[in-house]
Design a protein around this ligand. Structure first.
Ligand code: GLY
Length: 586
């Protein structure tokens, strides 16, 4: 017994010594490691802290990337307002989120000031002067998707630098343009760490970067890993030109020369004249009421606001709150409204500066009620066309939602269209160009990359803006801000925004619950009901199939960023768990 105690004590002393030795060894190892300068984080350290939900009392910024959220947060801390933060986020995303953030693309902003003034900014890309309605058709009149989706001919005249400057001139509080570009320039010059997801996506697109760029470009320069630093010196120089000269630093001078040279080299048609003529446009937001809430969203050239108002208006005639959430009954009603809204979109929507879009009629409540007159609770309607495009998964495009300390709100969606746009980089300028021309209807009835169908209203014309689905949205209740939201996702944007709004209004969800809930989508054609892979009950799926819905599953739909104003005056920020999205607030 005594022997065993001694043995135990000896063992314990040995273990203690071993433990202390190991401790010192570990400490030594950590000191050596931390003194070694490496451009990679330890595989044990997360690259970023992604915050998906938070509540605080002053301000919120929710974006697709922690670096961009930080850029907006810093500008708010410096005394900037939501517009200042939004501009900083846009330029930051152009650096740290190249798949959709951009200076070579465009977007839309919906704004609501703390006093209730609302506004909408259209900085959508524009068809070059030399474009024609048949520019993507072959000799037999068939649309060639490759031409409208990749390379120089797919590029619309970028709107982002002009849009940001418009917003700055009208609403900036900080009144320091250079300060708004500073975070982006810093990230471009010094680099930022790629997330694992970003590294994978860059590698996945390597062959496309190789194919559409003859000059060396930074994006395909190596096999990327999570944690790698992406440094973009050419982009930093371009951003400095915009910082120093405003939009002229992009639409004129050296950068304009670089764009036009790249066009000539790669077979594009954008000229100096096109760049000089580009203007961002202030528009009147689409507004509608939904169960005592005011919905404020984007007018044409986006279809988003009208289609959202249509779905809400059709669904308003049904008491969703009495239906179980995501029951077959609930999904069936919503899908039938979506089907009808997307059918209207295909025929009636386009750039209202070129085509007379019957906005008031389309969102008229009586019209929307009549649209659901043939609704059958037992049976799915049939989208009566034989032309059905295959909808591709697309999360490209990006959205951010911001509320500042004064209660001003910005809902902003921006895009290059497909992931990395046309894949063509203006080599000397270090930035990607969009492939937004694919959002036009290349041929009536022929689906674009999102399977969306268009007609005369959205045909290509010089100087016209292509129809969009982007749906930056703000919701008011009793004259107070309630919700700011939006998402990427091509044609699924409208239905994802609809579900977020309805989740909050009809089902009393928090922003976090509304954003993280599973989503579904129907867009008339192709006649398919798409459900996210995870989160739907198999009994519900069978019941939907029994009603005649052609149910399909897909990985993820949308990436919603939302801010909700709480009744105690606090703000709730919610960043989608589906990717690297992040909320910062204070
Ligand atoms: N490029 C996607 C959209 O504007 O809808």
């Amino acid at each position: 017994m005594a022997n065993s105690i001694i043995q135990n004590q000896t063992y314990l002393t040995f273990m203690k010594a071993k433990h202390i030795l190991s401790y010192f060894f570990l400490l030594f190892f950590v000191i050596i490691l931390s003194s070694c300068k490496t451009d990679k984080p330890s595989p044990l350290e997360p690259i970023y802290d992604f915050t998906k939900t938070m509540i605080d009392d002053s301000a919120m910024v929710v974006t697709a990337h922690p670096i961009a959220s930080l850029a907006g947060y810093d500008i708010l801390r410096q005394g900037g307002n939501a517009i200042d933060a939004a501009i900083a986020v846009q330029f930051s995303l152009a650096v740290c989120y190249p798949i959709a953030g951009n200076i070579g693309g465009g977007g839309f902003m919906v704004y609501r000031s703390s006093d209730g003034t609302i506004d909408a900014l259209d900085y959508r890309e524009m068809a070059p002067a030399a474009s024609t309605s048949d520019m993507y058709l072959d000799q037999n009149g068939n649309a060639i998707a490759e031409k409208s989706q990749n390379g120089a001919l797919a590029v619309g005249v970028p709107g982002t630098p002009a849009g940001m400057y418009e917003a700055f001139q009208k609403y900036s509080k900080l009144k320091d343009w250079k300060a708004l570009l500073a975070p982006a320039i810093h990230s471009a010059e010094n680099g930022f760490r790629l997330t694992f997801r970003q590294a994978g996506l860059l590698n996945k697109n390597k062959t496309k970067f190789d194919k559409y760029n003859t000059d060396p470009v930074v994006f395909n320069s190596k096999n990327w890993k999570g944690g790698d630093l992406l440094i973009q010196p050419e982009l930093a120089t371009t951003l400095k030109a915009i910082a120093n000269e405003g939009p002229t630093g992009f639409y004129g001078g050296k950068v304009a020369d670089q764009i036009v040279n790249q066009m000539k080299k790669s077979g594009g048609i954008i000229t100096h004249e096109d760049l000089k003529n580009y203007q961002a446009i202030w528009r009147t937001p689409i507004t509608t009421n939904y169960r005592d809430h005011k919905i404020i969203s984007m007018p044409p050239p986006s279809s988003g606001g009208i289609a959202l108002a249509q779905i809400l208006g059709m669904v308003e005639n049904f008491n969703l709150a009495e239906m179980d959430y995501h029951s077959a009954e609930h999904i069936h009603v919503v899908v039938e409204a979506e089907r009808r809204a997307y059918a209207d979109r295909a025929t009636h929507l386009g750039d209202s500066d070129f085509y007379n879009v019957p906005i008031a009629s389309l969102i008229n409540k009586d019209y929307l009620k009549s649209r659901m007159a043939d609704f059958n609770p037992e049976k799915a309607s049939v989208s009566d066309s034989i032309i059905a495009g295959q909808m591709k998964e697309s999360l490209q495009t990006t959205h951010y939602s911001i509320v500042d300390q004064e209660g001003n709100a910005v809902s902003m969606t921006t895009t290059l269209n497909g992931g990395y746009g046309s894949k063509l980089v203006v080599a000397e300028g270090g930035f990607l160009l969009n492939n937004e021309m694919d959002d036009f209807s290349a041929k009536p009835g022929t689906p674009n990359m999102f399977g969306l169908i268009g007609a005369e209203a959205n045909k290509i014309e010089p100087g016209k803006r292509m129809l969009s689905s982007m749906t930056p949205t703000i919701v008011e209740k009793d004259g107070q801000l309630l919700l700011v939201c939006g998402t990427p996702g091509g044609s699924t944007i409208i239905t994802s925004v609809y579900q977020t709004v309805s989740n909050v209004i009809d089902y009393g969800m928090t922003a976090t619950e509304a954003v993280q809930s599973p989503r579904f989508h129907h867009q008339w054609l192709p006649d398919k009901l798409i459900l996210e892979e995870v989160g739907f009950d198999s009994l519900v799926i069978n019941a939907l199939a029994d009603k005649g819905h052609k149910v399909m599953k897909r990985g993820k739909i949308g990436k919603v960023e939302a801010v909700r104003f709480l009744s105690n005056g606090n703000l709730e920020g919610a960043a989608d768990i589906r990717a690297d999205d992040d909320v910062k607030g204070f």
